[in-house]
Design a protein. Sequence first.
Length: 268
Amino acid sequence: MHRVAVGIEYRGAAFAGWQTQQSLRTVQAETEKALGEVAAHKINLICAGRTDAGVHAREQIAHFETDARRTMRAWTLGANTNLPADISLTWAMPVPAHFHARYSAEARTYRYIIFNRWVRSALVGKSAATVFQPLDRDRMAAASPLLLGKHDFSAFRSLQCQSHSPVRRLTRLTVERAGEWLTIEATANAFLHHMMRNIAGLLIAVGKGEHPPDWAREVLESRDRTRCAATAHADGLYLWHVTYPVAFRLPGREVIDIGSRSAIIPGL
């Protein structure tokens, strides 16, 4: 048996999340089935981070064990032949036995994408969250640094969160605007369930003028989920990048400048 890592991108709108669930369409089940056709045996995928229903991924990483001998091109193109149009393998490569898609990851980056216009779009669909009220990017950016660092993020976790500890280290949180588009991007060692969507919800509330930027600190220090804003919609959330030790030599994705709409919304 040997271990193979794969990069996966998907639009999550039509899926009940990553994790296999009985009688529901999931990314894991579809991808395992496609890879199983190439391997000629059942595949069990372990991913870097399980995404919820409706959440997208630009760069999900997963690994599996196999005794099948295939070229990396064969794994990639063979799987894509069997995958639906809203999932694609972007690469495959052999990795050492100690590589683990989840536990070897050093950091994860999520991007939350907002289409901010007072009239609805006929084009955006579920590729981004739509906010009709004007958003003040500067107010949102002023609130962001107040959440940086190692903290108890209980105010930003869902009631369904199964993590043993609410402590996470948030190393980067930015808000950028390009015309009608805003992106909120966050990097942390790991994220709690709904943590990124709750951060986005808080920043959206600040951007609307419902609360001052300093409110971010108050919510964080309260450790009380009921003090935070409503959870932002899943449509805008992308698992953007997973960071691993360079020794594994995983294929990288170029950093995309948000200076154009096509860069903000992959494929749009």
